[in-house]
Design a binder for this molecule. Structure first.
Ligand code: ADE
Length: 363
């Protein structure tokens, strides 16, 4: 491949992986289901964050069948805090599809894997190679960075055509022997040595094969189109309590925090007034009319492409308090079992520790 000796590259990466790889729970199993769970989790979550979630998830749903038969609420609850909640719904749907189409056995063919919900070429390649020893590439963002440097690819790596070229390069590099370890080694090198800002080239097993390093341009690669500025959007949320129950709404299936239960409220128009906007949001989402009292906490949360900033207000129901469809009054036990917006769970815990509502007053 190009002017980089590919057998050298694979051999050296494998030797490095043997000596240096991190001991991770999904590397101690050959169960394709567990490897599938890990790879879906690692699509958008760092290894360090992912480990405890992985352990809990496979403890709770130890087989394809257990996951397929679980309820949506249980699955989303186990995923709470990981973000990109569509992954959980897709993984759940994938388990059902594996049960129906493949008799409960995770398929080994990359094309069959690719047809499962939420599984694209990268995850299909990772599972096929790691769990089944199939010679398929698995190119995540870490692998893209490594290969863009090794081959000194100067084009914008966010362009689909460039990604396709990198995938072709990776496909040619994957050895017949130990394809899964090779793929993991490439990703691991990107995660631990060939980092975005300050690559540790002197510790790299393929330093002398790297064209970018030879030319002294490793820090300038990979190039991506200038990222868009992340907009800050104002939000308002309502804490409405009645007889030790708190009013919640289920967030829509598409979009941010999809399917999680949330305090009523959300994004408000930039020019709107907090209190007026919140009153309208609560009425639209729950059917309840409320009086908006004092601000009780601030809300700040960064998503990948959007930032929320605003306040959480204490609200008091005015008139009838029966919640409409998609809303509910939740008690303590419900809160423990429901998948909740993580920063709302934290806020509720903080507010609860301040004592009964009647005793609470902001200074
Ligand atoms: N990123 C995604 N999957 C991975 C794996 N199996 N090893 C290292 N990094 C990864």
């Amino acid at each position: 491949v190009g002017d980089v000796a590919s057998t050298d590259l694979a051999g050296r990466l494998l030797a490095w992986f043997d000596a240096r790889h991190r001991d991770l729970p999904w590397r101690r199993t050959t169960d394709p289901y567990r490897i599938l769970v890990a790879e879906v989790l690692l699509q958008r979550t760092r290894v360090a964050t992912g480990v405890p979630y992985y352990e809990r998830f496979v403890g709770r749903f130890p087989t394809v069948e257990a996951l397929a038969r679980a309820s949506d609420v249980e699955v989303l609850r186990a995923w709470e805090g990981l973000g990109f909640y569509r992954r959980a719904r897709n993984l759940h749907a994938a388990a059902k599809a594996i049960l129906e189409r493949h008799g409960g056995a995770v398929p080994s063919d990359p094309a069959d894997l690719d047809r499962l919900p939420g599984i694209g070429p990268y995850t299909a390649g990772a599972v096929a190679s790691v769990a089944f020893g199939r010679r398929a590439p698995a190119v995540d963002g870490n692998a893209i960075r490594v290969l863009a440097r090794v081959y000194r690819i100067r084009e914008d790596v966010s362009a689909p055509s460039v990604q396709a070229r990198i995938r072709d390069l990776a496909a040619a590099l994957v050895p017949v022997d130990r394809p899964g370890d090779f793929n993991q080694a490439l990703m691991e090198l990107g995660a631990t040595v060939c980092g975005p800002a300050a690559p540790a080239c002197p510790s790299c097993p393929i330093e002398d094969l790297c064209v970018a390093r030879r030319e002294g341009v490793e820090r300038t690669l990979p190039r991506t189109a200038k990222p868009r500025a992340v907009p800050t959007v104002p939000v308002v949320f309502a804490y409405v309590e009645m007889r030790r129950r708190v009013l919640l709404v289920r967030r829509p299936d598409g979009g941010l925090l999809a399917g999680l239960w949330s305090l009523p409220g959300g994004e408000r128009p930039p020019a709107a007034d907090d209190r007026a906007a919140l009153r309208d949001l609560v009425r639209d989402q729950t059917g309840l009319r409320v009086r908006v009292e004092e601000a009780w906490a601030t809300v700040g949360h960064a998503f990948s492409h959007r930032r929320w900033a605003g306040s959480l207000y204490r609200c008091v129901p005015v008139g009838a308090a029966s919640a409409g469809p998609g809303a509910r009054w939740a008690d303590r036990g419900d809160l423990a079992d429901l998948p909740l917006v993580p920063f709302h769970r934290r806020a509720l815990a903080t507010l609860a520790s301040r004592g009964p509502a009647s005793a609470r007053r902001e200074p």
